[in-house]
Every structure is written in structure tokens, then in C-alpha cells.
Design a protein around this ligand. Structure first.
Ligand code: APR
Length: 270
């Protein structure tokens, strides 16, 4: 772990007026929640088309059985996963007013469990299910107990319940999308943590932050670069943003790097 880059990042955080964070599955792997595209990740073990919205609409029972299997196999135990020191460090930085917002692609609720308050769930939340007829929402445990054995689980109104995560082919919740784009445009520092930056439109947020996305801040095909915005990546490996969009990559585990950043800021600010 590069101490000079840690110190540089601490400097940027202490100088920033509007620092935000974009997280992906990599920040939760140290909580025992596998990511998607690393070796041994979820998409190596489960067919991603299982989470296409068309598949769910055609065969909701099969998709629910797959999710139950994930949960019983311990591969994707979400509701009893605990936040790790990476989540806790971000909650600390928000608590001392250094981070304004966490935009997460994760559906595991771990930022909230760690104490982060301003969290935008870009891909929804797997810990709830929503009725596709009346839109009533139910907690996962409630679904597993009350509707146990009924696959797919149904709402008392008769509608089929769907997990409240965004499936491939579904729109990002409008409010989350708009607020995230605005935060990315307004920020002067974005930490991009534990994401392979391959899935749109989340992968565009760092480009919007840097003023490199002509569709969001530009004259047609001409982007209008922002005066000043640092993009810092924290990841075990380079991503498509590295060397192209981000100022630098701190290579290492999110938990280790973020707790080093937290410790350095605690020492500096008392
Ligand atoms: N510390 C730092 N980085 C890590 C760690 C860790 N402990 N563990 C994994 N990573 C990195 C991996 O190297 C990879 O670059 O986190 C990234 C995880 O990438 P993905 O598995 O692709 O997850 P993510 O980027 O969040 O995927 C985006 O794709 O499948 C959809 O909806 C799903 O939200 C998800 C979206």
C-alpha cells in the first residue's frame, strides 16, 4: 500500500469542499459478500441472465429459487453480513463532515449498517421485496418467513413480490439517478472504491465528476471539463478508469486503505 498516495488522498479529503464516494461490490468482500467479476465471484457461480428482468417476468419462481439457493449456500448471505472497517471509515468521514454522500452500486445495506446517513442506492436494495401489483414493500426476513414455501412469494393482494434490487434491463430509480448525476457534477473529490467500473450508467459517474461526459456537461459532442475535481481509485487491481479518468489508483484492500486514511485523519484532526 503506497503511503505517499494515502497521504495525498488525506490532503485532498481535508481540502475538498464537496467530497463524495462511489462504491462497488469490492468494498463488501471483506464482509464475506462475494463480488461479481473477480475470480470465484458471483457471475462465475450463477448465470447472470437469472437477473435479467425479462427472465424474472417469465419465470419468477425460478429466479426466487436461485436466490434462496444463494442464501442457503452461504454464497450471498446479505441480511446477516456485517459492515467492515472500510464501511466504518466512510461513516466516520461522513460524521466529521468530510464526505457528503456515498453512492453505492451495492444492494447489501452495509453502508447504512455502518452508520453512513446520506447513501444513494444506485441499484436498489436486496433486503426488501416489492409487490409488482400494489407496490407494497416487505423486508426480506418477512418474505422468507411469512411467504415461506410459496415460490414465487405473493402479496396478500395477489401480486408477485420482486426483490427491490435493479435487475439488468430495468431502469435505475429516477431519484437515485438524478441525485447521483448532480452529486457527481457538484463534487470536487470522488473516491471510487471497489468497482470494476464496467456497468453503466454507474461507470459514467466518474467521467461526469471529471467533466469528461459530453452528454451531461457539454456542448453536444464537446465536454466542458470541470476546473478542479480529483478522482481517486481504491481497488485491488486497475480498472478502465485507471490512467484515463482517475488521478491515481491506491492498490490494495479497501478495508486496509480506508482505515489507514481514517487513522491519518484522526491523528491530524485530533
Ligand atoms: N478491496 C479493494 N477492491 C476489491 C476488493 C477489496 N477487498 N475485493 C474486490 N475488489 C475489486 C475487484 O478487483 C473489482 O475491480 O472490486 C471490484 C468489484 O468489481 P465487480 O465484481 O464488477 O463489482 P461492481 O463493480 O460493483 O459491479 C457493478 O455489476 O453485476 C452488476 O449490479 C451488479 O452492482 C453490480 C454492478
Amino acid at each position: 500500500m503506497d503511503s505517499a498516495l494515502i497521504d495525498k488522498t488525506v490532503e485532498f479529503i481535508l481540502e475538498a469542499n464537496h467530497a463524495i464516494v462511489l462504491t462497488g461490490a469490492g468494498i463488501s468482500t471483506e464482509s464475506g459478500v462475494p463480488d461479481f467479476r473477480s475470480p470465484g465471484g458471483i457471475w462465475e457461480r450463477y448465470d447472470p441472465t437469472m437477473f435479467f428482468i425479462e427472465r424474472f417476468l417469465a419465470e419468477p419462481g425460478e429466479v426466487w429459487r436461485c436466490m434462496l439457493d444463494m442464501n442457503t449456500s452461504g454464497e450471498f448471505k446479505l441480511w446477516d453480513a456485517l459492515p467492515n472497517k472500510g464501511h466504518l471509515a466512510l461513516a466516520y468521514l461522513e460524521g466529521i463532515g468530510r464526505i457528503k454522500t456515498v453512492i453505492t452500486q451495492n444492494i447489501d445495506n452495509l453502508h447504512q449498517k455502518a452508520g453512513s446517513c446520506h447513501v444513494i442506492e444506485f441499484h436498489g436494495n436486496m433486503l426488501q421485496a416489492r409487490c409488482m401489483s400494489c407496490s407494497n414493500r416487505y423486508g426480506y426476513q418477512q418474505v422468507m418467513t411469512e411467504f415461506e414455501g410459496h415460490i414465487p412469494p405473493r402479496c396478500p393482494c395477489g401480486g408477485i413480490l420482486k426483490p427491490d434490487a435493479v435487475f439488468f434491463g430495468e431502469a435505475i430509480p429516477q431519484e437515485a439517478l438524478q441525485e447521483s448525476f448532480t452529486e457527481a457534477d457538484d463534487c470536487d473529490l470522488m473516491l471510487v472504491i471497489g468497482t470494476s467500473a464496467q456497468v453503466e450508467p454507474a461507470a459514467s459517474l466518474p467521467l461526469i465528476a471529471k467533466g469528461m461526459n459530453p452528454q451531461y456537461r457539454g456542448l453536444g459532442i464537446m465536454p466542458i471539463p470541470k476546473q478542479r475535481c480529483h478522482i481517486i481509485e481504491i481497488n485491488r487491481e486497475p480498472t478502465p478508469l485507471t490512467g484515463r479518468v482517475s488521478d491515481f489508483l491506491i492498490r490494495g484492500s479497501a478495508g486496509e486503505v480506508l482505515s489507514r486514511i481514517e487513522d491519518t485523519i484522526r491523528a491530524k484532526t485530533g
